[in-house]
Design a protein around this ligand. Sequence first.
Ligand code: SF4
Length: 340
Amino acid sequence: MQKINLLGYRLEQLIELFQQMGLQKLDAKRVYPWIHVKRVKDFDVMSDVPLSVRDFCKEHFSLDRGKCVHRQISRDGTQKALLEMADGEKIETVLIPDDDRMTVCVSSQIGCAMGCKFCHTGTQSLVRNLSASEIIGQILFWQDQCDITNIVFMGMGEPLMNFESVESALSLLLSPQAHNYSRHRITISTSGIVNDSFLKLAELGVPLAISLHAPNDQKRNALMPINFRYPLKMLLEAAKEYRRISNTKHITFEYLLLKDVNDSREDAIQLVRLLHGLACKVNLIRYNDWPMSRFARTSEDRVNAFAFELKKRGIMATVRQSKGDDIFAACGQLKTQIIS
Ligand code: SF4
């Protein structure tokens, strides 16, 4: 019988589970901080939990972070791990050291149904959603090795298509009685799904990054099929609403520069017009090539020229340092390398 992984249970859920299984509310209250504050991996060390309860927990529950079946370390220190879940499925998670930050990039789904043309995960169809335990497990996997300062939901999958698990994981990460991260240290990235979850996320006040990647609907339709459902006008109106509700300083737009696709001066000028009136920041991203991709990386000169055009017209723009190029650190790439 597969054990129940407790990592994604909020306190009220843990109490309910314990009571359903004949344990006491107090047992759940004792176990909870061991999982999320002391972050132990083993029920045996929970010294204030009665021995009989610890034995019961060992038999029925787990605190598994996933089994690391492959690991790569980039020249720049970025690390990527392939974790095997209890059912044998595999997911990727990445650790990105940068000055005084240790950022973990987590996956929210196995595969992805969004089919973005430039993305390697988009070539793998959706297998299943991850549970909240499997999401928290990725963070604890790295936390066991170093202190994590920031968390980004930018790995495999679309977080808003698995909102139930993402919301539970967020509530554990933000809770002062659990992981106690500041909301400013967490970022959720979306391909632009403007559903009910979008506004629920805004209420949690977590910073949002929208993968934009194009300055008009025609180009975005060609790169991101989700744009047919939620075109730019709808997306940008929702972004304004998100900023208002979440009370975040700005919305971040991710813009992947693809050679001769969306990297011209005209594209930059259109992008400025599109974002007019919205408190935002644009993160320009250099493309990480992957085998069989039909896109190519924009030259350094062109990246700088694009950033210059944005800044000249008053848009806050940064060029994101490319991390982990030598280990295929764009989403979904390690898994495909190992499995294929
Ligand atoms: S970029 Fe994100 S949303 Fe698009 S296919 Fe890849 S994982 Fe899915």
